[in-house]
Design a protein around this ligand. Structure first.
Ligand SMILES: [Mg+2]
Length: 311
């Protein structure tokens, strides 16, 4: 059961990241002038973090999601020690070969430096409310299909090695819970309510903003995004991703096109929206043209299948 949901989730997440990387950091008006509407893969923007990336390539969001998923497969469960070690190994590679750095954020890099200095995973995280631990949290949701309450403690632990701010933790908890419920076709309104309830323990601001999605769902998208905010902060990225999903719950392409034209942190917004939508609709809802041209598609699919096999 759920095989197509597991592959839909991880492939959907990577596709969202790869689609969103071309508009990362742009304002909606700039996107409109340059592209009118972005609806397919494109090259990274010159002068951005992603300038060397070709159409279909993904960024740090997918790299960290893969690191987390591989750690779960190797250990048979989530093990924060092993996960931190794998983050550190990747960090050491990009310190040696900076051209391989696909936009790892300052928070993650600083935290990994602490790991390299010998700080333990409970203390290595930065107190910075960015979205780095939310963008990679989808595999935690796959560990507990239909049991969002079970994801909470694991998602919290998965945030700590890099992000110990309560808003970041709330974001990781919300994403893992949303994926867990999407796998079992939970009603999108229930997904919103439950993620908000679980996030509230860590951040009232996050919980209230997730709940406010209900109010902005029926106004023009550009206004909704300006109310929600599209910065790299977890408090913006996670509600925006949930908004994109609940606005188009039966339409994977529309969910991602909404996300990548939002402006701001479009790769992370689309990465999370793609994970939730892919888990909800399954891999068959993802256009073939996006699957076929996604970097490392086979590898991501086989990681999803190994997670599925272990579930
Ligand atoms: Mg990124």
């Amino acid at each position: 059961m759920y095989r197509n949901k597991f592959t839909g989730c991880l492939l959907g997440s990577a596709i969202g990241d790869a689609l969103g990387m071309q508009t990362e950091g742009m304002k909606p008006a700039e996107i409109k002038i340059k592209f009118n509407v972005v609806f397919d893969y494109g090259r990274g923007r010159p002068g951005s973090n992603n300038e060397t990336l070709r159409p279909g390539q993904y960024t740090d969001d997918t790299e960290q999601t893969i690191i987390l998923a591989r750690s779960i497969i190797a250990m048979g469960k989530f093990d924060p020690e092993d996960f931190s070690q794998r983050l550190l190994e990747h960090y050491l590679i990009i310190m040696r070969l900076p051209e391989l750095n696909r936009g790892w954020g300052t928070t993650s890099l600083t935290a990994c430096r602490h790991l390299a200095d010998g700080t333990g995973w409970k203390e290595s995280g930065e107190d910075s409310p960015t979205c780095g631990s939310a963008m990679r949290a989808s595999p935690i949701g796959l560990l507990y299909p239909g049991r969002p309450d079970k994801t909470e403690e694991t998602a919290r632990m998965s945030s700590l090695p890099t992000h110990k701010n309560p808003e970041s933790i709330a974001g990781a908890v919300a994403v893992a819970a949303a994926v867990s419920m999407a796998v079992t076709n939970t009603d999108p309104d229930v997904i919103i309510k439950t993620t908000s309830d679980l996030a509230r323990k860590y951040s009232i601001k996050m919980a209230d903003k997730i709940q406010s999605i209900d109010k902005v769902r029926h106004i023009p998208e550009i206004n909704a995004f300006s109310i929600l905010g599209t910065s790299i902060m977890a408090i913006d990225v996670v509600p925006c991703a949930l908004y994109c999903f609940t606005k188009n719950p039966l339409d994977f392409p529309k969910t991602l096109i909404t996300a990548i034209n939002a402006g701001g942190d479009t790769d992370s917004i689309a990465c999370i929206a793609g994970a939730i939508s892919g888990a909800y609709l399954g891999v068959d809802a993802i256009p073939k043209k996006w699957l076929d041209r996604l970097e490392n598609r086979d590898e991501i699919e086989s990681i999803a299948l190994e997670l599925w096999g272990n579930s």
